[in-house]
Unconditional design. Structure first.
Length: 479
């Protein structure tokens, strides 16, 4: 039995700010349980729902010297959907209305978490063969494993994987601070290790010291070797390319299932969508105060509202997009104020046609995936993207920019060969996007049979974890 521990900053159903949580919370369910024992460790944030916190059981606690003080490290556990989760408890670091937000404080709390997570392992009696770290918050773990922890027999042969979900976020602060919080020696703060451009960089530690690096799509694995997508790490990515692989994300097909989804008013499947899906559209139009008309071409956006997601392209051509009243846009998201206000503005300007829902809601996201005809995701970069996969599952045709995981998972519609599962454009250009939206709208209105065949093909694609979990298994087997 190979033992693996995922260590991360978020996991569904406990805490989620983005796709990372979906991956960390769902992928462990899909490993072959005969061969792999995969468990998960995250912080015990005070903002985890009380109902879940009530189900956690105390395992043990100890004190860890961190930044010259002894700090409490509690360990809680709970089984969820057949997976064992561990939670690192410390009220000083993990209290607050959201898991992160303030840069320096985040650096400090995850320097603490990384050390606490490894220190907890002998206490819980789980000795993983592989620790699988996710994103910058866990970047110091591979470093610690090659440093002091290695001296103990318990950690001696432990291997590490570092998965990049988003290279944009690296956990960067001045070297002195990161050195103090990490407790690592001067030796590590050199340009070939944790130093990057004069600062300390937590993710870089993971990228230098992990035995294997993965990222969440093949295209992104290639893109990050180039300066445009490499976020200053492209040289390192090229240097480590022999140990870097792309494994595309899947989604939880039980969680996202239009046939049994309790969040949507009308359930449907790959056969019944022709009649049933549209009922979700009119129900949502009613709920959100849009003009109620089953024929309107409804486009959805469910997203963090940040520059990554290509929202400036939308801003640029929104008036042109809304120049005819046959299109509706439903947005659900939170993020940068400039984008939140932009969508509020357009909802005011185009009442009845544009709906801006500036909040976070899992049930509302499901309603949008089910109701819309198309889903827009014109990202500047996209390591994988889960929203387009959820859209495909719900028979909602993705319109995407050809980058990263969007490029790998959405096959462009080809009218002449009757192929493809969505619409895509190559350049980061607002009018190229607008052209593609108009083309999609034309197929929707004028070639309905073709449109439905695009949906047929999309719904037939398998983006469950079935095949990607096998790829992670292969990776673990060879380590
Ligand atoms: P990223 O991780 O970059 O934010 P992904 O496409 O990988 O992008 O994952 C985003 C996930 O978060 C999807 O499951 C999406 O449905 C969800 N999501 C984003 N914003 C919201 C919101 N405001 N309410 C509910 N779910 C959201
Ligand atoms: C990141 C990326 C997104 C990816 C998700 C899960 O948040 O932005 O593209 O799908 O992680 O891997």
């Amino acid at each position: 039995m190979k033992k693996v521990l995922f260590i991360a900053s978020e996991a569904v159903p406990f805490i989620k700010t983005g796709g990372l949580a979906d991956v960390v919370g769902s992928l462990p369910k899909y490993f072959d349980k005969e061969e792999f024992d995969v468990r998960v460790m995250i912080p015990k944030y005070s903002c985890i729902k009380q109902e879940l916190k009530d189900q956690m059981q105390y395992v043990s606690h100890f004190y860890l010297n961190f930044d010259n003080q002894d700090r409490y490290v509690g360990i809680m556990t709970m089984e969820f959907a057949g997976v064992t989760f561990y939670f690192i408890d410390n009220e000083e670091f993990f209290t607050g209305p959201k898991p992160y937000g303030d840069f320096l404080w985040d650096i400090q709390k995850f320097c603490f978490f990384d050390k606490a997570a490894l220190s907890a392992l002998p206490v819980i009696g789980f000795q993983p063969d592989i620790v699988h770290c996710h994103d910058w918050q866990t970047g110091l773990i591979p470093v610690h494993l090659k440093d002091k922890f290695r001296e103990g027999e318990f950690f001696w042969s432990m291997r590490s994987v570092m998965t990049i979900h988003n290279l944009k976020f690296q956990g960067v602060w001045d070297m002195k601070t990161i050195q103090a919080y990490s407790g690592l020696a001067d030796y590590y703060f050199a340009p070939d290790k944790l130093e990057a451009y004069g600062d300390g960089n937590m993710l870089k530690g993971g990228l230098v010291y992990a035995d294997k690096i993965t990222t969440v799509s093949d295209s992104y694995a290639e893109e990050i070797k180039m300066p445009f997508y490499g976020e200053g790490m492209d040289g390192l990515m090229r240097a480590r390319s022999g140990n870097l692989a792309g494994i595309v994300n899947g989604i939880d097909y039980n969680e996202f299932d239009p046939e049994h989804d309790p969040n949507i008013p009308y359930n449907y499947n790959a056969v019944t969508f022709r009649k049933e899906k549209v009922k979700n559209k009119t129900a949502l139009q009613q709920e959100l105060g849009l003009d109620v008309d089953p024929k309107k071409f409804m486009i959805g956006i469910v997203s963090r509202l940040t520059d990554q997601k290509g929202l400036d392209l939308i801003q640029y051509v929104m008036d042109e997009m809304c120049s005819s009243d046959d299109l509706q846009l439903v947005v659900l998201g939170t993020g940068d104020e400039k984008y939140e206000n932009m969508f509020r503005h357009f909802a005011w300007k185009y009442g009845g046609r544009v709906s801006a829902n500036i909040y976070y809601s899992e049930p509302m996201s499901h309603k949008i995936y089910a109701a819309c005809d198309a889903f827009l995701m014109p990202s500047l970069f996209e390591p994988c993207g889960l929203s387009q996969l959820i859209s495909l599952r719900y028979g909602t045709v993705p319109i995407v920019r050809e980058t990263g995981g969007l490029r790998d998972t959405v096959e462009p519609y080809n009218e002449y060969e009757s192929k493809g599962t969505g619409f895509s454009f190559a350049n980061y250009n607002a009018h190229e996007m607008l052209g593609m939206i108009r083309y999609a709208k034309h197929i929707y209105y004028d070639k309905k049979r073709e449109w439905n065949k695009i949906i047929d093909r999309g719904m037939a694609r398998d983006y469950s974890w079935a095949s990607s979990a096998r790829k992670y298994e292969d990776l673990y087997r060879w380590m």
